[in-house]
Design a protein around this ligand. Structure first.
Ligand code: PBG
Length: 321
């Protein structure tokens, strides 16, 4: 006799009883953008509901997320203080460093993750230092390490390098150790593809490259096996958590990385993925809540232990309802 599989779908309670993946707000990370100045809450046109906040207004923004059940945020800095050396990136009174101090003062338990990358601080908008007209891998490493250490000094729990220079995980780990930050967690954007899904973010962060593209450092989206090389080296250099980015078009990569490595796996549901959902929902073409819950469930089913998503606050609220 064959079985009747519909038995296990026959009521909501039974479906919930046998569900394989259960959504929890514990693994959700909400990205936040920090800007200079005071009293700033700037909307981002292609990312409805997401704002750039100055250090004074970031605290109420985080508070709203915490009230919805949120426990962790990923912080990006946006500044017009840009130069060839990316010196704003490691400034102890820089835009991110001040923001983190304010958050940690009010919410010491809130898990602060910081994006470590030079693109918002270089005058050319690339993620590394330029030397002889090239993005110079090894000249970028000490700057990235210094930036990560300055985030740890300001109170970051987790530093997350997204630049895609080789050996930056090792350089950052060494910088943290040398400066006494033995407990700072390193979340590596190990598997980061050169993707068109980052468009709205670059508008938000004023971080688009002034010339060329990021294809000499971010990965070719046609490659899966390359993701295993990247993840393997980052784990060997001391990454505690590895990330795959973007998320939805890359769930095969998430699954493969999950199968091969025994560290927690994160995925970044990026700005372009968010903008597409928002745009279609605004037109009434899709049901936003259902689309988002289905998408984030599929990310977890694919193997994500944590998901970074601009929908985090909404998802947390929907779960609580
Ligand atoms: C910085 C960085 C980017 C994103 C996260 N960190 C942009 C890029 O690589 O160009 C993208 C995030 C998003 O699209 O939501 N390098």
């Amino acid at each position: 006799m064959q079985n009747r599989f519909r038995k296990l779908r026959s009521s909501k309670a039974i479906r919930e009883l046998v569900r394989e993946v259960r959504l929890s707000k514990d693994g959700l990370v909400q990205p936040f953008f920090l800007v200079e100045g005071k009293g700033q809450k700037q909307p981002i046109p292609s990312m409805p509901g997401i704002y750039r906040y100055s250090a004074d207004l970031i605290v109420p923004a985080v508070e709203r997320f915490v009230k919805a059940g949120g426990k962790s945020g990923l912080f990006f800095g946006i500044t017009d203080k840009k130069d060839a050396r990316a010196s704003g990136s490691y400034d102890p009174s820089g835009v991110v460093q001040r923001g983190i101090r304010a958050i940690k003062k009010h919410f010491p338990e809130f898990v602060v993750v910081t994006d470590v990358c030079l693109c918002a601080y270089t005058d050319h908008g690339h993620c590394g230092i330029i030397h002889n007209k090239k993005i110079d891998n090894d000249k970028s490493l000490p700057v990235l390490a210094r930036m990560a250490v300055s985030h740890a000094e300001a109170g970051a729990d987790i530093v997350a390098p997204s630049d895609m220079m080789d050996f930056r995980v090792g350089a950052i780990r060494e910088g943290l150790e040398k400066n006494g930050f033995h407990d700072t967690i390193l979340l590596s954007y190990a598997v980061k593809y050169a993707s068109s899904f980052y468009g709205p973010f670059r508008e938000a962060a004023h971080s688009a490259p002034g010339f060329g593209d990021r294809k000499t450092y971010q990965m070719d989206f046609a490659n899966l096996r390359e993701s295993l090389k990247e993840a393997s080296q980052d784990v060997a250099e001391g990454a505690d958590i590895v990330m795959v980015k973007p998320a939805l078009a890359y769930l095969d990569i998430v699954r493969e990385v999950k199968n091969q490595f025994n560290v927690p796996i994160a995925a970044y549901n990026v700005s372009g993925e968010f903008a597409m959902v928002k745009a279609a929902a605004e037109r009434g073409w899709i049901d936003e809540k259902r689309i988002v819950l289905e998408s984030v469930t599929s990310m977890i089913r694919a193997g994500c232990d944590l998901v970074i998503t601009y929908h985090a606050k909404d998802i947390a609220r929907w779960i609580q309802e």
